[in-house]
Ligand binder design. Structure first.
Ligand code: SF4
Length: 84
């Protein structure tokens, strides 16, 4: 999915250059954060939609953003039928 990235986006405190990626030909990048290893063209996001290629550099757009992860993991792990 095409993602509009401008100068304001890069100034956001939740946007930080990704650590685990490699630059490919044509401005594409390969994200190595997880096993999916998305190849992302300029202006597009990875499968998880949290990594974006801005001019050949990969950025995470959820750095330090606690709302980006599940905030109630215990409820989804509750065993069935135990009435917990
Ligand atoms: S862009 Fe997201 S889904 Fe793709 S490899 Fe990186 S972390 Fe994994």
């Amino acid at each position: 999915m095409k993602f509009r990235a401008d100068a304001r986006l890069l100034k956001s405190p939740s946007v930080k250059e990704a650590l685990l990626y490699e630059q490919l030909r044509g401005g594409k990048v390969r994200c190595n954060t997880c096993a999916r290893r998305c190849v992302i063209p300029i202006g597009f996001r990875g499968f998880c939609r949290t990594r974006v290629n801005v001019n050949g550099k990969l950025y995470t757009i959820v750095y330090g953003d606690l709302n980006a992860v599940e905030s109630r993991p215990i409820e989804s792990l509750r065993p069935l039928g135990l009435g917990l």
